[in-house]
Design a protein around this ligand. Structure first.
Ligand SMILES: NC(=O)c1ccc[n+]([C@@H]2O[C@H](COP(=O)([O-])OP(=O)(O)OC[C@H]3O[C@@H](n4cnc5c(N)ncnc54)[C@H](O)[C@@H]3O)[C@@H](O)[C@H]2O)c1
Length: 268
């Protein structure tokens, strides 16, 4: 492995680690030699991810913890536990999100968007990254060392093309407004933290992935493919190398940036 990608002895905390991409981020950092702290509110998925990773990376320290990114108390509990174990979080990946699936976007029209739903979703997708960055990033700032990676989306830089979501006579299916707002907001947070903590040597970057193929229905896949120059959705492991790059010294001169990995969707 190239020396600058080596994460041996580093600890990386991933939020939403029980989900599809959280698992991939864990693989990517374990491949570079890091130890991992998997966190999620969904303990069942967390257990599954933990067991599969533990079976593959036997020699690495892998910790799983229930942590709700919307709760300062829950995050602090996790931070204090790690502190007692003398574990310093070198890398924070803000990955947790509410994740509206293409088949399940019923009644999300802007006209009827429920205020409480808006608040709940922004809390997970954006406030969660703020709270985790505040709590773990403050520790990094004290030590003058650390990397924060925010997982955004191609919808941080383009608007959702509502024509690709299935519509029925009964429902108007649309990508919810909160997704666009949270993902765009994460880029603002990325730039803010990059300059704010630059004197403390903390780097903060983002990646903006496009849709990963995960068994979505054929008509949706057909429509989305037409919007992508590479004519396909992403494979789940196609973001790993960007995560390795941004979380390691390989990107030592890079901060405040957003790497867009979208098969070219946003260029035309
Ligand atoms: N899957 C894609 O196609 C895709 C595309 C672009 C961007 N993304 C982004 O990548 C990230 C991961 O997406 P994914 O596809 O793995 O989604 P996922 O739904 O599989 O995983 C998200 C995880 O976040 C967890 N979570 C939800 N609320 C939480 C909370 N309050 N506290 C802690 N954890 C919580 C869920 O339990 C889940 O395990 C998200 O930020 C998503 O927006 C995904």
């Amino acid at each position: 492995m190239l020396k600058k990608f080596n994460l041996k002895d580093k600890f990386a905390l991933i939020t939403g680690a029980g989900g599809l991409l959280g698992n991939e981020h864990a693989h990517s950092l374990l491949e570079c030699g890091a130890n991992i702290i998997l966190t999620d509110i969904n303990t069942k998925n967390l257990d599954k991810t933990f067991s599969s990773l533990k079976a593959k990376y036997k020699e690495k320290v892998i910790i799983k913890m229930k942590m709700d990114v919307t709760s300062e108390t829950s995050i602090k509990k996790c931070k204090n536990y790690l502190k007692r174990k003398k574990i310093f979080v070198n890398i924070l990946i803000n990955n947790a999100s509410f994740n509206p699936k293409s088949e399940n976007l019923r009644s999300l029209s802007f006209e009827n968007y429920d205020y409480k739903k808006w608040e709940r979703e922004i809390r997970v997708g954006l406030t969660g990254a703020f709270l985790c960055s505040k709590i773990f990033g403050s520790e990094m700032a004290k030590k003058k060392e650390g990397v924060i990676l925010n997982i955004s989306s191609d919808l941080s830089i383009i608007a959702p093309d509502q024509r690709i979501y299935n519509t029925s006579k009964k429902y108007k299916n649309v990508k919810p407004v909160t997704y666009s707002v949270a993902k765009t907001g994460l880029i603002g947070l990325t730039k803010y933290l990059a300059t704010y903590w630059a004197p403390q040597k903390i780097r903060c970057n983002a990646i903006s992935p496009a849709g990963i193929f995960d068994g979505q229905n054929k008509s949706f896949v057909k429509k989305i493919k037409k919007l992508i120059p590479l004519e396909r959705m992403a494979e789940r492991d196609e973001y790993r190398s960007a995560v390795q790059f941004l979380c390691s010294e390989a990107s030592s001169y890079m901060t405040g940036q957003n790497i867009i990995i979208d098969g070219g969707r946003s260029i035309w």
